[in-house]
Design a protein around this ligand. Structure first.
Ligand code: E4P
Length: 211
């Protein structure tokens, strides 16, 4: 499973990139707003750090506007992927952009049917938000299993980016479900390194080595 980092904070991205485990990055308007910078500037910076797909989200309400924004964003770097919200206008934009060879990531996916529609429109990626599903008391992981099963039934090549990851167990579960990618906040990536027995083991080996 590929690992993307889910943040617009370039310092965090630089730190994560040092581990050599990143395959890409995702941003969204809320993450960009937190940084107080222009979307195009942040995306350009991220493209200079991570060599892989970098998602940048359009903000227009109608497909014509989304397409215009997408074309501008795509000029920033060859790795830019256009993130488009799941809605009727978004799907119109995705089908037109995919015909022009512009890569898309359909975001805010909360059902397998939405993922099927996005794939039919030619989406390169879909982003099911499992944490937000869990937040309202439903089962986020089963959403990933359902999309995987449907895509496999029909050899659909759209890749699943499991998003809205809240903790390390989410990562383990989506990997078991066959998600192509997990996009993970830096704080969760850091937790994935940890196990109390590893820390104790390292300490013990250090002490013994000094004997
Ligand atoms: C995905 O691309 C989104 O940026 C992200 O995973 C949303 O997560 P949240 O539910 O924590 O906002």
């Amino acid at each position: 499973m590929k690992i993307f980092v889910d943040t617009a904070n370039v310092n965090d991205i630089r730190r994560m990139a040092e581990y050599g485990i990143l395959d890409g990055a995702t941003t969204n308007p809320s993450l960009i707003a937190k940084e107080g910078k222009k979307l195009s500037d942040v995306i350009e910076e991220i493209c200079g750090i991570v060599d892989g797909p970098i998602s940048a989200e359009v903000m227009s309400e109608y497909h014509q506007g989304m397409i215009e924004e997408a074309k501008e964003l795509a000029k920033i770097h060859k790795n830019v992927v256009i993130k488009i919200p799941m809605c009727e206008e978004g799907i119109k934009a995705v089908s037109r952009l995919s015909k022009e060879g512009i890569k898309t990531n359909v975001t805010l996916i909360f059902s397998a049917n939405q993922a099927l529609i996005a794939a039919k429109a030619g989406a390169t990626y879909v982003s099911p938000f499992l944490g937000r599903v869990d937040d309202i008391g439903y089962d986020g992981i089963s959403l990933i299993y359902d999309i995987r099963e449907i895509y496999d039934n029909f050899n659909i090549t759209t890749e699943i980016i499991s998003a809205s990851i809240r903790h390390p167990m989410h990562v383990q579960e989506v990997a078991k479900a066959g998600s192509d990618i997990a996009t993970i906040p830096p704080a969760v990536i850091e937790k994935m390194f940890k196990h109390p027995l590893t820390d104790l083991g390292i300490e013990k080996f250090m002490q013994d080595a000094k004997k």
